[in-house]
Design a protein around this ligand. Structure first.
Ligand SMILES: [Cu+2]
Length: 183
């Protein structure tokens, strides 16, 4: 009985505390404010490894530079991904006409033909032949400081040996890597 009474008293106290004045919620907001702070920390530390551990997320950021290099040689895509987004960042400063980059995904065996046919499209055509069915996905051609992205269905990669590469004439030799579906 004593227990019940004290419960009721506590309830009454908290009720009156809540309904009466602002000071009651104020201390409550202090722990609330610290909660996002603690969740923000792990989020930030998760973000860092994302560049290397691409399998976890259904997206990847690939950087291209003025030295005609991508910053990765492998893109692993989880089979769980319904769609996959590839972001290309040109971290250099050279213009598109001189050092433009794109990312094209096609079968490794088709790279040479896709690049050769893409050359005719010119920079304005992203060095990609219009309607090229060998291409699974490709970004626009961009210059230094620019960024672009493309989203595609990873199921298209099933059962094949695929690569990503830049189809700017002369770049593929240095700018290519594998694209694999992983568990
Ligand atoms: Cu390039």
């Amino acid at each position: 009985m004593k227990y019940y009474l004290s419960l009721i008293a506590a309830a009454a106290l908290s009720l009156s505390a809540c309904s009466q004045e602002a000071p009651a919620p104020a201390p409550a907001s202090a722990p609330v404010a610290s909660a996002p702070a603690t969740t923000a920390a792990p989020t930030a530390s998760e973000a860092a490894p994302t560049a290397g551990a691409q399998t976890a997320a259904c997206e990847v950021v690939v950087e291209g530079n003025d030295q005609m290099k991508f910053n990765t040689a492998n893109i692993d895509i989880s089979k769980q991904c319904k769609e996959f987004t590839l972001t290309l960042k040109h971290v250099g400063t050279m213009p598109k006409a001189a050092m433009g980059h794109n990312v094209v995904i096609a079968k490794t065996a088709d790279i040479a033909a896709v690049v050769a046919d893409g050359a005719g499209a010119g920079a304005d055509g992203d060095f990609v032949k219009a309607g090229d069915t060998r291409i699974v996905a490709h970004t626009k051609l961009i210059g230094g400081g620019e960024e672009t992205k493309v989203t595609f269905d990873p199921a298209k990669l099933a059962g094949g040996d695929y690569s990503f590469f830049c189809s700017f004439p002369g770049h593929e030799g240095l700018m290519h890597g594998t694209v694999k579906l992983v568990d």
